[in-house]
Design a protein around this ligand. Structure first.
Ligand code: SF4
Ligand code: SF4
Length: 493
């Protein structure tokens, strides 16, 4: 076998793409990347991840979850109209937006942790840009053929055949884009109802606008911009450099073994040459068009397709595999210096730090979710006037008292006032007066009830102008209690 069997003659390298075609222009023209099809273990894993993630994205809005007759039965729903987020049995109220903050923080540190261990594994396998671009390239390949056929077609004149292929490709791309945008809005309303509304023309203008925006962005980002999103638009490649060190696993080329590279020629002595036969297959399969043999580069998304490509070549040449492989930079430096490679060290100061952060934020989030209260109280003291002096010398403060009942049934609560002995509480306009500093209140199912509460304290109870009081609310069904500290204002002493 010679390298002529394996060589990818039309290989495009990133450098070639950047060669300025307009000498007087500020920017080089971008050459479109046409990644070649490759088979191998990593490609199989990437296909599996891709289909699983796409299936999750498109199927989740149709998963139902029984929450009783009065509540939506969509398992995951961002109900913006009623300001609720449903996640299976969990129902997040606007007051609990901090859960979203915790979850975002958890996702961010988890990404830092995984990046410090395995490099850009997120970019190469699970990022939506990678997943949709892979899907779009797959469609392109089905219609226009593999890399060489696509390159030929690009330069070919506009015949009927070329027009048919291009129209078919863009039509399927647009259908995928519309499905992507269409499914996205289903996360914000009851999916079956919204589908009927969208197709019958009765959905809201906002719904059509969002479907339109997401269809356009999917088509442009996954179909037209592809690797340029990762290289030029996404900030993550810049950030991730701070998370990586020379012991992180990244895609590397075994220079000590591959160099000096040289093409296989029949009958020629290969002595003195490395294992790399300079076939360019690793460049041809690269979705970002780079040559990993030039070293670790910002454009490398860590997809590992060049690993599969080179392993394919090595196996055909009957040479050991993994000339390109996931390894640490430290190992490559050692091997180039003639020293042995060492086992990658997973436990390092930065992985310990990120690991602790992941565990810490995860534990706090779980604790908060586990101890989540079935109700919330919001108390606001009226400031105009600060207080009212009554004819018998007692002082009145007025509070707006809100109870958020997160349960799906009417709940009764006992309100007790601490810190002001002999004070009287009264619900304005309802004529409900406290007995022994205690009132019974009620809040409707899955709703908020606001009360205007008068608190009157006798003159002898007012030792200072600012008295710290505690409104204790007790859920009479579950016995859960909540303390709510605030001030009772009186005249200066
Ligand atoms: S590294 Fe492997 S795939 Fe790339 S050019 Fe050399 S032999 Fe070919
Ligand atoms: S160099 Fe290899 S790992 Fe990096 S983006 Fe290209 S194919 Fe993927």
């Amino acid at each position: 076998m010679t390298s002529d069997d394996l060589v990818v003659e039309d290989a495009q390298s990133r450098k070639a793409q950047r060669a300025p075609e307009k000498k007087d222009g500020l920017y080089a023209d971008t050459v479109k990347i046409h990644p070649k099809r490759v088979k191998g273990t990593i490609r199989t894993i990437k296909w599996a991840v891709l289909w699983v993630l796409l299936a999750i994205y498109y199927a989740v809005p149709f998963v139902r979850w029984d929450r009783g007759a009065e509540s939506p039965d969509q398992a995951i729903l961002l109900d913006l109209t009623n300001r609720r987020f449903y996640f299976f049995d969990l129902e997040i109220w606007p007051q609990e937006i901090y859960y979203a903050t915790f979850m975002l923080a958890f996702s961010a540190v988890l990404l830092f942790f995984v990046t410090s261990l395995f490099g850009r594994i997120w970019c190469g396998f699970a990022c939506p840009q990678t997943v949709w671009t892979d899907l779009y390239v797959w469609v392109e390949r089905l219609i226009e053929g593999d890399r060489n056929a696509r390159l030929k077609l690009e330069d070919a004149p506009w015949t009927m055949g070329k027009i048919t292929k291009r129209v078919s490709k863009h039509t399927i791309w647009l259908i995928i884009a519309a499905l992507t945008g269409g499914v996205f809005v289903l996360y914000f309303g009851d999916a079956p109802t919204m589908i009927v509304e969208i197709f019958s023309g009765t959905a809201s203008e906002e719904t059509y606008a969002f479907v339109g925006i997401l269809t356009t962005t999917t088509y442009l980002l996954a179909g037209m911009s592809r690797e340029q999103v990762c290289t030029y638009m996404c900030p993550w490649p810049r950030f991730q450099a701070a998370m990586l060190d020379e012991e992180s696993m990244v895609v590397t080329y075994e220079q000590h073994r591959g160099e000096p590279r040289g093409k296989l020629k029949k009958g020629e002595n290969q002595e003195g040459l490395g294992d790399c036969i300079d076939c360019n297959l690793c460049v041809a399969v690269c979705p970002t068009g780079i040559d990993i043999r030039d070293g670790i580069q910002l454009e490398c998304i860590g997809c590992g397709l060049c690993v599969d490509a080179c392993n394919q070549v090595m196996s055909r040449l009957d040479r050991p595999g993994n000339l390109i492989k996931f390894d640490t930079e430290k190992n490559q430096i050692a091997l180039n210096a003639g020293q042995p490679a060492t086992k990658p060290r997973l436990i390092r100061p930065r992985t310990i730090l990120y690991g602790l952060l992941v565990a810490g934020i995860g534990a706090v989030t779980l604790f908060l979710l586990g101890t989540r209260s079935s109700f919330e109280v919001n108390i606001l003291r009226e400031r105009a006037p600060l207080f009212t002096l009554l004819s018998d010398g007692s002082v009145r403060n007025v509070y707006t008292f809100k109870i958020v009942n997160k349960e799906r049934e009417i709940r009764q609560y006992k309100l007790t006032l601490e810190g002001l002995p002999d004070a009287k509480m009264e619900i304005a306009a309802k004529n409900i007066v406290s007995e022994n500093n205690t009132l019974t209140l009620e809040a409707p199912a899955d709703n908020v009830r606001a009360y205007r509460l008068f608190v009157e304290a006798p003159p002898e109870a007012l030792k200072t102008s600012d008295i710290k009081v505690n409104f204790i609310l007790e859920d009479l069904t579950e016995g859960e209690k909540a303390n709510n500290y605030t001030l009772f204002k009186g005249p200066d002493k």
